[in-house]
Design a protein around this ligand. Structure first.
Ligand code: S3P
Length: 177
């Protein structure tokens, strides 16, 4: 079964996903990076050139493809849970982990970000609060487990997750500490 990470932009899905995959000896895929490579444009350019709707179609196709094989960690784009069919796919095919962060924490990490099209607005904190309100229940409904990203370091979050995975027989085959 693949492992999928969901959560708001800036919650650490790509960083944690990459380290977790290394720890588990799994392949790592970042769905946004897969789309960017296939299309030849950054996510921001895709939003500008094709619009969000077409980006969401590409995202759904990519999630469907990436979740078809086991032994991999997939970090998803923050908006993946907007679509009920993406939520179903993630829930039924994957062990899905929600990296949960507050809008304030996300804002601290993302205030200088220029890559995320939905945050290039006058008040990005307000945008994060609005997105969080809508999406927090969707991430929660999609995930098998929730990991609060609050204070722990990246490496201790990876430890926590790999211990949880071990308990259900999905974790690293050997312990690298
Ligand atoms: C989006 C999040 C982004 C990316 C796109 C849309 C969103 O991914 O998929 O900009 O709707 O929140 P990250 O969560 O990696 O920033």
């Amino acid at each position: 079964m693949p492992i999928a990470l969901v959560g708001m932009p800036g919650s650490g899905k790509s960083t944690i996903g990459r380290l977790l995959a290394r720890r588990c000896d799994f392949e790592f895929f970042d769905s946004d990076a897969v789309i960017e490579k296939a299309e030849g444009y950054s996510v921001r350019e895709l939003f500008e050139r094709l619009g969000e709707e077409r980006f969401r179609e590409l995202e759904a196709l990519t999630i469907d493809r990436l979740t078809a094989l086991p032994n991999r960690v997939i970090s998803t784009g923050g908006g993946v849970v907007i679509s009920s069919s993406n939520r179903d796919i993630l829930k039924t095919r994957c062990h899905c982990i929600y990296l949960r962060s507050t809008p304030e924490e996300l804002f601290r990490r993302l205030k200088n970000d220029r890559k995320r099209p939905l945050l290039q607005v006058r008040d990005p904190l307000e945008a994060l609060k609005q997105l969080f309100l809508i999406r927090d229940p969707l991430y929660t409904a999609t995930a098998n487990s929730i990991v609060e990203t609050g204070h722990p370091s990246v490496s201790s979050l990876v430890n926590t997750i790999s211990l949880q995975l071990n308990k259900i027989g999905l974790g690293p085959k050997r312990h690298l500490a």
